[in-house]
Structure formats: structure tokens, C-alpha cells
Design a protein around this ligand. Structure first.
Ligand SMILES: [Zn+2]
Length: 153
């Protein structure tokens, strides 16, 4: 799977990471499908309530509101515009999912209420003015793999 990261969304992410400092922050990723297995992450939401040092908790109320707003904006064309997954920062650790991150994502995609075919976890970290990102794909069948990220300039 390929995930394209638009320049404007990367600027938004960098601003949010600068503001958060040492606290972990995160949100959802919504995207547009361009071709099978080829997506553009057109909206990164930023949760207002930040996490603590080394911990990020999803605010389910804001997540639901942000999702509703994205689906309204993209006129409920779900086959083209949909939820891609979650992102959070690791200001003090490598951009690798922790064992808790992996467990959280496996629980998300294997939940009976989960409607998608997959969910992405993107981890971001700001080193001076350089944005480091890593992303992994989780599927309900239990498989996971690293994703190719393509930053669009
Ligand atoms: Zn993490």
C-alpha cells in the first residue's frame, strides 16, 4: 500500500507537533482512494486534548465529530473518501509502534463494529525542523505491514 502525504497536511502536522512539545498528540487520518492500494491522506485531524508524556488517548467524542464533518465535506462518497486510520506523535521515542500501539490497532480492526478493510497507524516525530514519519497497515485478518510513504512537495 502506498500513502501520499500532501504538503499542506504535513505543515499542519509540524505546527501541531511544535505546539505539543514533549506531550504526545494525535488524531485521525482521512483520505481519498486514487487507485487500489493507493491513497492520499487529505485530512489529518488534531485532537484538542493532548496526551501525556509517552501516552496518547483517543477522545472518542471528538473523533466521531471530526469523522462526521469529513463525511459531510466529501458528500458521503465513502468508496472514494474514507477513514484511513490513526496518527500520533512519539516526541521522545523512535517512529516505531510500541507493543501497546500494536495491541490498540489490532483491537480496532478486529472489532465487530469496525466497518473498514484496514486501518493505518502513522507515527510522527519532529527532529528540529525535520518531520520523521513511519506508517503501518493493520488488517482484520491479523496481518500488518509497513507502508510506503510519499511526501508530496
Ligand atoms: Zn505510540
Amino acid at each position: 500500500m502506498r500513502l501520499r502525504l500532501p504538503h499542506d497536511q504535513m505543515n499542519l502536522l509540524m505546527d501541531a507537533l511544535r505546539r505539543a512539545g514533549e506531550k504526545e498528540i494525535g488524531g485521525q487520518i482521512f483520505g481519498e482512494q486514487l487507485m487500489p492500494s493507493d491513497f492520499r491522506a487529505i485530512e489529518f485531524t488534531v485532537q484538542r486534548r493532548p496526551g501525556r508524556f509517552a501516552q496518547f488517548m483517543i477522545d472518542l467524542v471528538q473523533a466521531a465529530q471530526d469523522a462526521a464533518r469529513f463525511f459531510d465535506r466529501t458528500k458521503h462518497r465513502y468508496t472514494r473518501f474514507n477513514y484511513l486510520g490513526e496518527w500520533h506523535s512519539h516526541p521522545s521515542f523512535e517512529v516505531q509502534p510500541s507493543s501497546k500501539d500494536i495491541a490498540t490497532m489490532r483491537a480496532l480492526v478486529s472489532d465487530l463494529e469496525f466497518k473498514g478493510n484496514f486501518a493505518v497507524l502513522l507515527i510522527a516525530r519532529l527532529d528540529d525542523d525535520h518531520l520523521n514519519c513511519g506508517a503501518w497497515l493493520f488488517e482484520p485478518n491479523g496481518s500488518e505491514q509497513r507502508i510506503t510513504l510519499d511526501i508530496e512537495l
